[in-house]
Design a protein. Structure first.
Lengths: 351, 230, 288
């Protein structure tokens, strides 16, 4: 029976990808909601420490995902992605403080602000490409950091507190921050999956395979990259904003710190650049390593850096590529398959 | 004798050459003919080290040398004149030759000898390599390969884009290289010219050798059939 | 008015030092098409090595160059052969990410060995001498730094134009695959190039260390200034990098006059604006 894009339960696709069999697919349907329900219910059975950690996990995951979208799918390595962490968090604090808005009402506004800044910054940034783009975004972040350091009404070096947060009791504050972090994390994952299954996703993958060929085939490369830039920025800005609601104070040196991008890079490189599953594994590994070794100070960072270097040289596809070598799984159904040609002895030969 | 034996070459998932066996002896000119995409350039790249192939598929004086890097093949005396000449724009003609001479083997083809054999070089020596006519570029490109004193010269697309006068000059030079004792393989789009200038020929089609023989005895009809695959 | 001229002059002199920071980056970008994110951190490494040599031998920082330059050459050569040769030309982001990791490793190693405290090589001789030229005061050290910078740029120019290595560098920059065809030994050659780059960095590091207190985390800023100089000057353009550096230096000092903390900010701002106005750099290399 010839294969078409609508596959039966079990399909061998050119010997490459194996789609889950029916029982597994049932699990696929049941498991994520179960996990999600567990996470949602956390504030009622988990303590504040765990919640704070998970806020860090979800927000950093979202930022790593955004960096991966840019680099792994858009071919744009942005060392200065933390620019948007700062923009997002400062927007939230400024809007909430000035307009006396509930921080969670201000959050979508912060996302919108970040998107606008992304739009504008695309103008100089897209003049650069490759490594120049990578460092150019870093210049942008530095520019913003120094600017914020010197703007008095935004608190300069000491930064700003979040005035409106005091209207919430401790449990509510922690719970709402936790849920927004969860929403950002899960939402950005969902967004990424939807994106990659869409036409934009197809365009991006074609650009990744061969930009020249994509251009020649009429793929709107420039527009695709621009859209990706704005999307990644928005995710990063929102995640940053939520993260700083959690810390209650935003400062230039912290929110525009390279450490955000460094952690994202590490997560993506280790997990698997250019895959959706990669950042998930990477985030998990990052936090396990952090909890275990951060006490070693500089040696922890030396270890992380060395691990990233070795991974890039030895296994540039990250952990997920190693797993894929054993068994190719497409967890989120992003892989596109060509309809296989029917190979039957009596079928007419393709001309 | 430089020869390939059952050479298979692939570009990641695409196989470009299937079981190709050709040979060239010192002092002879062998022509490779075939339509675009038949695998001629790939064959050259496989011999010279750009495309990695199995060790025993390329043999020089019966020693297996397949898969070694371009530098090693050059040191063993195999030089490629690439398709499109590919002279270095940031270097003058003289500098192009000096670079190759310094990195290649010692031998009869010194830079001074090249200037003797090709008087034209004298007048263009200081020009940037791209400020030349197609014919001049091809002469310089062959000169650059010769500066490394190879025993075997692989010349990809000898007459592409050249005026008839320039083509004659290039083949005159190749004749001199042949008399000096080197073995030459040429890729030539002009089939009649290829057959008239070479001692033997191979015809490639879709990565396979489909016809070979002595050029003088080549039957036009069978060549055409092999070339076009009809 | 004289203070404006003084600022401009000092900006040019500072810019010459930034140009020297950028020289190495320009070479490795041009020849190997590779950006070394750890470039700034390697400048800081040079500064620390100088500091160690000075403390151990008691010689003046400038005299220590005799030792520091060869050591840095060796570091560059080894770095390229052991690590960077594995990623040159491989993919778009492999060199960026590997050198990014390297940057983090270097910064933290320096911190582990030398602590996070700032260090200074300020001496009592050179940094105190100044001249008065028509009412404008200029220090000896900035003049010396600028002179060294010009000298190194000129040396690089001569090497590229007249030596075999220079020809190889130009050939590889033009067409890496054909360069291999004419026998250029990538691995060894790139190692020598990186050794040369680090030697240039050694000069920059010593001059920088005498002038400014430095710490393990000072690297990234040096990288950004180097980068801006290179991009403003036009990619692949050696003297362009020099003038790019001058521009950044002047912009920074003019900005510092407006407000003392805003020097680098103005440098970045001028960079972005120039990028918008002339995306290919100010001195476009003629397209072949």
């Amino acid at each position: 029976m010839s294969d078409r894009t609508l596959a039966p339960e079990f399909v061998r696709d050119g010997g490459n990808f194996v789609r889950p069999i029916r029982a597994l697919r049932l699990l696929n349907l049941v498991l994520p909601p179960a996990i999600l329900a567990n996470f949602i219910a956390l504030p009622w059975y988990g303590d504040f420490v765990v919640q704070r950690l998970l806020v860090e996990v979800f927000t950093l995951f979202a930022i790593a995902l955004a960096w991966n979208l840019l680099a792994g799918y858009g071919g744009m390595v942005a060392i200065g992605l933390h620019f948007f962490v700062g923009i997002g968090s400062y927007s939230l604090f400024a809007v909430s403080n000035v307009l006396h808005l509930n921080p969670w009402v201000a959050l979508p506004i912060a996302t919108a602000c970040t998107a606008v800044v992304a739009l504008i910054s695309a103008w100089p940034m897209f003049r650069l490409s490759g490594a120049y783009f990578a460092v150019g975004t870093w210049v942008l972040a530095e520019l913003a950091r120094i600017a914020m350091l010197n703007i008095g009404w935004l608190g300069a070096g000491a930064g700003m507190p979040l005035d409106m947060i005091s209207t919430f009791d401790r449990w509510s504050r922690n719970a709402y921050v936790y849920w927004s972090a969860l929403a950002v994390g899960a939402g950005s994952l969902a967004l990424a999956v939807v994106l990659l299954r869409s036409r934009l996703g197809l365009a991006l993958v074609s650009v990744r395979d061969s930009e020249a060929a994509a251009l020649a085939s009429g793929v709107p490369v420039g527009r695709a990259k621009f859209a990706l830039w704005v999307i990644a920025a928005s995710i990063t800005g929102t995640a940053g904003a939520v993260s700083y609601i959690s810390t209650l104070q935003v400062t230039p040196d912290a929110s525009f710190s390279l450490n955000w991008t460094a952690a994202a890079i590490f997560i993506v490189v280790l997990g698997g650049i250019g895959t959706v599953e990669g950042p998930i594994i990477g985030t998990f590994v990052y936090f396990v390593l952090r909890e275990a070794f951060a006490g070693f100070g500089s040696w922890y960072f030396i270890g992380l850096g060395s691990l990233a270097i070795v991974t890039m040289i030895v296994a540039p596809g990250g952990a997920w590529s190693l797993i894929s070598r054993i068994k190719k799984i497409d967890l989120f159904g992003i892989r596109r398959r060509m309809p296989a040609v029917a190979v039957q002895p009596d079928a007419p030969k393709a001309s | 004798m430089l020869r390939t034996e059952g050479l298979c070459a692939r570009y990641s998932l695409l196989q470009a050459l299937f079981d190709v066996s050709i040979a060239v002896a010192p002092g002879e000119i062998v022509a490779l003919i075939g339509s675009n995409g038949a695998g001629k350039s790939t064959l050259f790249r496989s011999i010279v080290g750009t495309v990695c192939v199995e060790k025993h598929s390329v043999l020089l004086e019966d020693k297996a040398i397949g898969g070694a890097s371009e530098r090693w093949q050059l040191k063993r005396g195999i030089a490629l004149v690439p398709e499109g000449r590919r002279l270095f724009p940031s270097l003058s003609v003289l500098e192009n030759l000096l670079l190759a001479a310094r990195n290649g083997r010692r031998g009869a083809w010194s830079v001074e000898r090249l200037f003797e054999e090709l008087p034209i070089l004298g007048s263009i020596a200081a020009r940037p390599a791209t400020a030349l006519s197609g014919g001049q570029q091809q002469l310089v490109a062959i000169g650059r390969a010769l500066a490394a004193n190879p025993s075997y010269v692989l010349c990809d697309e000898v007459s592409l884009g050249l005026s008839p006068l320039a083509v004659n000059e290039v083949y005159a030079l190749l004749g001199k290289v042949k008399s000096a004792g080197a073995g030459i393989i040429i890729v030539e789009q002009n089939v009649s010219r290829a057959l008239s200038e070479s001692d033997r020929f191979y015809c490639l089609q879709k990565g396979r050798v489909v016809l070979e023989g002595r050029s003088a005895e080549a039957d036009r009809a069978s060549v055409a059939q092999a070339y076009f695959g009809v | 008015m004289t203070t404006l001229i003084e600022t401009l002059l000092n900006g040019l002199l500072l810019g010459a030092l930034y140009a020297l920071f950028g020289l190495g980056l320009s070479i490795s970008l041009g020849v190997m098409r590779m950006i070394n994110i750890a470039h700034g951190d390697l400048i800081v490494v040079g500064a620390y090595i100088t500091s160690v040599v000075v403390q151990a031998t008691g010689v003046h920082a400038l005299a220590s160059l005799v030792l520091v330059v060869p050591v840095m050459f060796a570091i560059g050569w080894t770095l390229q052969r052991v690590l960077l040769n594995h990623v040159v030309g491989r993919s778009l982001f492999a060199p960026i990410l590997v050198t990014f990791g390297l940057s983090i490793v270097v910064q933290n190693l320096l911190q582990e060995i030398f602590t996070a405290d700032t260090r200074s090589l300020r001496d009592e001789y050179i940094s105190q001498i100044g001249f008065d030229i028509g009412g404008v005061s200029v220090g000896l050290l900035p003049l010396l730094s600028a002179a060294v910078s010009v000298a190194l740029f000129a040396l690089t120019h001569v090497l590229i134009a007249n030596t075999h290595y220079g020809r190889q560098a130009r050939a590889v920059a033009d067409d890496p695959s054909t360069a291999r065809l004419v026998g250029v030994d990538d691995k060894n050659f790139f190692a020598i190039v990186t050794g040369f780059v680090l030697s240039a960095i050694a000069f920059a590091a010593v001059l920088y260390a005498i002038r400014t207190p430095f710490s393990p985390s000072a690297g990234p800023e040096r990288l950004l200034y180097s980068f801006e100089a290179v991009v403003l000057g036009g990619l692949g353009n050696l003297w362009g990098t020099f003038f790019g550096g001058l521009i950044i230096g002047v912009a920074q000092l003019l900005g510092a006059r407006v407000s003392s903390g805003l020097g680098p900010f103005f440098g970045h701002l001028v960079f972005l604006m120039m990028l918008l106005a002339r995306p290919h750099g100010l001195f476009v290399r003629t397209v072949r």
